[in-house]
Design a protein around this ligand. Structure first.
Ligand SMILES: *Cc1c(COP(=O)(O)O)cnc(C)c1O
Length: 390
């Protein structure tokens, strides 16, 4: 059952595509690699795609189909395909749509592996990328060439929590006939729906807030059905498919996504407000703080501010390292969007190999700390940050 007129929470909970003869209430796990045919005619018609049915779990499976259907309903998308990881979604989406000689215009701060894909691997197939400064979206059109095919961005960005105006990106993409792809991982389908602002495709790493409990990896791309058709055909032949087990976990996770996100954001806003008043903190970036440079844009396109808070600790790299060493409750981990709060200091860890100049180009200052606010009692998280800031 799926109904476009139902509320988002209802869609996340009540979307059920299959039910077996046992009339189970909760959707079972279809741990099967293939599906059988009634007879020769059924098999012929299935392969000819005259009927919509499962053939082989690299193509589709009841669990992956249900997960994709829920994301489509929540994002307002026509169709989608799910992947083993967020990076499989990013890679397969670009690889399916681009040809040798094509050009991408991307925001400068994108997820690290996405950046590596653009700079190290795509040039092998003569696919090139130009980057615009996320804080200067008015310069985007300067980078568009006759062979530009895709406009790509994330909002909010990682780790600096900058906000890009999705409506503006939608207008630019339309004017220049580009495919607009938005990685909506930090916002989730509950907070922000880029298709509403003109995005053609939306990508999620389901590993983060969609799973929300640090258990499984997954990814999904949803959007225009003609583009999804290309991505589906590429993927069914190259094999980045999401496993039925992970799809089952992720589909269950979506049932609680709205309530989890409400609490994540409530906690994050409290953490941001605490940090804003701390004497050892130079500045705080959280989309729903009035001090955020793109506060108005965030309010226009986001329902809530998200769970990531970035702040600048006074004293640069050394203070950042000392701060991490004093953290007791929060985890030091590369993940984000977990029930457990996580603290990272990009300049001394994930981005330590870059020069200071290169770091600044992607908005990573020496004292930048990123907090992925979890679902613990928020005062305990604040107390931990407080003692580490002393
Ligand atoms: C984590 C992440 C990815 C990659 O997802 P994986 O599931 O780890 O492959 C892509 N984009 C963003 C914004 C992410 O945070």
């Amino acid at each position: 059952m799926s109904n476009q007129n139902l509320g988002l929470e209802t869609q996340a909970i009540r979307t059920q595509l299959e039910r077996t003869q046992y009339l189970e209430h909760s959707v079972p796990l279809y741990l099967t690699s293939s599906f059988i045919f009634e007879d020769a005619e059924d098999m012929r018609a299935s392969f000819a795609e005259e009927k919509e049915r499962n053939i082989y779990s690299r193509f589709s499976n009841p669990n992956t189909s249900e997960f994709v259907e829920k994301i489509c309903l929540m994002e307002g998308a026509e169709d989608g395909y799910s992947f083993a990881t967020g990076m499989a979604a990013v890679y397969s989406t670009f690889a399916a749509l681009l040809n040798s000689g094509d050009h991408i215009v991307s925001a400068s701060s994108v997820f690290g592996s996405t950046h590596t894909l653009f700079t190290k691997y795509f040039p092998k197939w003569n696919i090139t990328t130009s980057y615009f400064d996320v804080n200067k979206p008015e310069t985007i059109e300067n980078f568009i060439r006759p062979n530009t095919k895709i406009l790509y961005a994330e909002s909010p960005t990682n780790p600096a929590v900058d906000i890009l105006d999705l409506e503006l990106l939608g207008k630019i993409a339309k004017k220049h006939n580009l495919i607009l792809i938005i990685d909506n991982c930090f916002a989730t389908p509950y907070i922000q729906n880029p298709i509403q602002f003109g995005a053609d495709l939306v990508i999620h790493s389901a590993t983060k807030l969609i799973d929300g409990q640090g258990r499984v990896l997954g990814g999904v791309t949803v959007g225009r059905s003609d583009l999804i058709r290309e991505i589906y055909l590429f993927s069914r032949n190259t094999g980045p498919a999401l496993s039925p087990f992970n799809a089952w976990v992720l589909s269950k996770s979506l049932e609680t996504l709205p309530v989890r996100i409400e609490k994540h954001c409530e906690n994050a806003l409290k953490v941001a407000e605490f940090l804003e008043n701390h004497p050892n903190v130079a500045s705080v970036k959280y989309p729903f703080l009035k001090s955020h440079p793109q506060y108005e844009v965030a309010k226009k396109q986001m329902k809530l501010g998200g769970n990531i808070v970035a702040f600048e600790i006074k004293g640069g790299i050394e203070s950042g390292r000392k701060f991490l060493d004093k953290i007791k409750l929060c985890s030091l981990s590369a993940n984000l969007g977990d029930t457990r709060s996580i603290v990272t200091h990009p300049a001394s860890t994930t981005h330590s190999k870059l020069t200071e100049e290169e770091r600044l180009a992607v908005s990573i200052t020496d004292g930048l700390v990123r907090v992925s606010v979890g679902l613990e009692t928020v005062q305990d998280v604040i107390n931990d940050l407080k003692q580490a800031l002393e």
